[in-house]
Write a new protein. Structure first.
Length: 114
């Protein structure tokens, strides 16, 4: 069975659960010019999406972080290190990308539900 959690105002799901896995994408709801602030917001949104789908950051398997400016990656890393579960760190990649609108960061994650 596939379980979908609706996103806000867009024709896409906030997260999808299938076969014991959660697939989700997070961006910052408020578009600050600070990559650090946007990353913190996106990680908080990720926490909410995981909880809604019956998971938690300790169950993350893989995370891909897309940022608009790789020179600002230390700002993203600082927010990540404040948030990540050091006892259960996921595999993580960071990729420079052109993002939509005022988004500076977009986080794609896969987690186990149990």
């Amino acid at each position: 069975m596939i379980q979908r959690f609706p996103g806000s105002g867009r024709p896409r799901s906030r997260s999808v659960v299938h076969g014991g896995l959660v697939f989700t994408v997070a961006t910052a709801p408020v578009k600050s010019p600070s990559l650090y602030d946007q990353t913190k917001q996106a990680l908080a949104f990720l926490d909410e999406s995981l909880a809604q789908a019956g998971s938690h950051k300790s169950r993350l398997l893989q995370v891909t972080v897309y940022i608009t400016d790789m020179a600002r990656k230390p700002d993203m890393n600082r927010a990540w290190e404040e948030w990540v579960d050091f006892d259960n760190p996921p595999q993580r990649a960071c990729i420079g990308a052109a993002l939509e609108g005022d988004d500076l960061v977009e986080i794609v994650a896969t987690a186990a539900t149990s």
